[in-house]
Write a protein that binds this ligand. Structure first.
Ligand code: SF4
Length: 228
């Protein structure tokens, strides 16, 4: 397990509509975050598929993938600003000590306080990110899922434990190889059929994985299991 610790001074220059100065200040300090949902389920994708985990889905994304299956996450202003202490309490009340921080794009925000507090509660913290914004916080597992609208910053290649490429059309295999050329040795590589186009791309993904055994296939198994 890789323990990545890159902390930047913070980053989030955007201001969420409707926040008071005091709320905006708590957001920028990472003391409160726009939480779209928090739930206990199984990780459906990638290396940790099947593992019980507490999911924290943070609202806000500026990447704009046209096939995105959580478009309701994009507008941070429609999600309540929740105190990090409350988020941590919710996570700690569940049986699993694995936390998955996802979005939206969670690295729009300062995640340092959240990850410090979760680690103090004994949680292993996994991050799902496009890598389009600088890292904040400390993670035990980083899943990098590059997106064409906003490719990842180069430092994410060294930090990624897992590279997950969403395959929407044939050209995405080239895109996958471009990123795979930069990740560190031992980084797990996954091709994941884009859900809305899965019937079309599944045969291509299977064929590519069979011809390129360094790639594994990730399915959105939570959707097949009908769980969140
Ligand atoms: S980065 Fe993720 S949340 Fe943002 S638009 Fe793309 S798929 Fe959706």
């Amino acid at each position: 397990m890789v323990f990545a610790t890159v902390l930047i001074g913070y980053l989030c220059s955007m201001r969420i509509r409707g926040l008071t100065d005091s709320m905006d200040s708590r957001l920028k300090k990472g003391l409160a975050l726009p939480v779209m949902e928090q739930f206990h389920s199984l990780q459906g994708e990638g290396y940790h598929t099947g593992k019980a985990a507490n999911f924290i889905r943070i609202g806000g994304c500026d990447v704009g993938c046209h096939w995105c299956d959580v478009k309701e996450s994009w507008d941070a202003s429609i999600h309540p600003l929740v105190e990090v202490e409350e988020v941590v309490r919710n996570a700690a009340s569940q049986a699993s000590r694995t936390v998955v921080i996802t979005g939206g794009e969670p690295l729009l925000y300062n995640l340092s306080v959240l990850t410090d507090r979760l680690h103090r509660e004994g949680s292993a913290i996994h991050l799902e990110t496009s890598g389009a914004h600088p890292l904040s916080g400390t993670f035990d597992w980083i899943c990098l899922s590059p997106k064409k609208n906003a490719p990842p910053a180069p430092e994410f290649y060294e930090m990624a434990d897992e590279l997950k490429i969403i395959v929407h059309k044939r050209h995405d295999f080239e895109w996958a190889e471009q990123h795979a050329a930069h990740v560190k040795a031992g980084c797990k590589r996954y091709l994941q059929p884009e859900w809305s186009n899965r019937d079309t791309v599944m045969p291509m993904v299977i064929g590519h994985a069979m011809q390129h055994p360094e790639w594994n296939i990730s399915l959105q198994s939570h959707k097949y299991m009908n769980i969140p």
